[in-house]
Design a protein around this ligand. Structure first.
Ligand code: SF4
Length: 60
């Protein structure tokens, strides 16, 4: 899977993606989610995070 991208303008900082896929997403100091540096991009949970983000902020 390609590296996911979080649209920081859309992200509402709910933290769901960091719970669904904690090895790939983390909360940044700006209150928006971001992709962990060096994350395993083969992780199946990336798609789960994309599907479950309430505002559709994650794409890849
Ligand atoms: S699930 Fe979506 S809105 Fe929530 S923190 Fe992650 S990217 Fe932001």
């Amino acid at each position: 899977m390609a590296k996911p991208v979080v649209d920081k303008d859309l992200c509402v900082g709910c933290g769901l993606c960091t719970q669904v896929c904690s090895d790939v997403f983390e909360m940044g100091s700006d209150g928006a989610a971001k992709v962990v540096a060096g994350a395993d991009l083969d992780d199946d949970c990336i798609q789960d995070a994309i599907d479950q983000c309430p505002v559709g902020a994650i794409s890849n």
